[in-house]
Design a protein around this ligand. Structure first.
Ligand code: OAD
Length: 243
């Protein structure tokens, strides 16, 4: 746990901020019980991403890919938001211009009350039709797999970004705008290795924003951070927000 003085410095940066971006990754949901991707217990240990999270994998074996996503949906449906998610929702209420950019597809930020959320890697609770392109909310845990579009009968896929795919241009534009105007970015629970999101803290820093990192360990973002708070997000974030 970082020293009280570091936490106090972080609180002061937050209190002065007029425009903030919180950038989150799998680590913010870890204490809710959602496995991270690259940690010791990471999903990728048991399931190789190349086998599952690519358009090629889906073309090859949509059933296998859907079984994996249904397993994850079932797991996420059971978990609860944690104190870290709640603290970020509270920050949004304090800071005049606040945007939460998340790589997570679990929807937990919205459940915790965050409003300005950009789900830059999509949502596990939406489907995208591979044929007609329609995106729909879908929370069914008992789907017949692989599911098909009720309009055009093509295969439905999870509306998430897979390796090798580009991000939604509209969401990317909103994220870029928020990053360009922020005076503070707080980077929580991301290994900072997946592009283009990995470059966001560097862009913010180049534009003059201060960076606070919250993570269990140092990452590539640490070297450009004003403050690195090492510890669990659900324990640290509530200490940065006034009760
Ligand atoms: P990773 O699994 O790569 O990294 C999780 C990070 O969270 C690591 O840096 C951990 O040290 C940290 N962490 C773990 N538990 C924590 C806790 N309780 N409190 C604070 N930090 C903690 O996850 P991401 O960086 O989110 O993309 O991965 C980025 C993208 O890679 C994901 O969105 C996904 C994956 O491929 C797609 O699916 C497109």
């Amino acid at each position: 746990m970082p020293e009280e003085q570091l936490l106090e410095e972080a609180r002061q940066l937050i209190a002065r901020s007029q425009a903030m971006v919180a950038l989150t990754g799998a680590g913010i949901s870890a204490e809710s019980g959602v496995p991270t991707f690259r940690g010791k217990e990471g999903l990728w240990k048991n399931y190789s991403p190349e086998e599952l999270a690519t358009p090629q994998a889906f073309a090859r074996n949509p059933l296998l890919v859907w079984e994996w996503y249904q397993w994850r949906r079932g797991l996420i449906a059971k978990v609860k938001v944690n104190a870290g998610h709640l603290a970020l929702a509270q920050l949004e209420r304090m800071v005049p211009d606040f945007t939460l950019v998340t790589q997570n597809v679990d929807g937990l930020h919205g459940l915790a009350g965050s409003k300005q959320v950009l789900e830059i890697h999509g949502s596990i609770w939406k489907t995208l039709c591979a044929g007609c392109g329609e995106t729909r909310e879908n929370r069914e845990l008992e789907l017949e797999l692989p599911p098909r579009c009720s309009r055009c009968d093509s295969l439905l896929r999870p509306a998430v970004v897979w390796f090798g795919e580009s991000l939604d241009q509209e969401i990317m534009a909103l994220a870029t705008a928020a990053i360009s105007r922020c005076d503070l970015m707080i980077v929580v629970g991301t290994s900072g290795v997946v592009q283009p999101v990995a470059s966001f803290p560097f862009i913010a820093r180049d534009k003059g924003a201060a960076i606070i990192e919250v993570n269990l360990e140092r990452t590539p973002v640490s070297s450009i951070s004003n403050l690195v708070l090492l510890g669990k997000a659900a324990q640290l974030l509530p200490r940065l927000v006034p009760p």
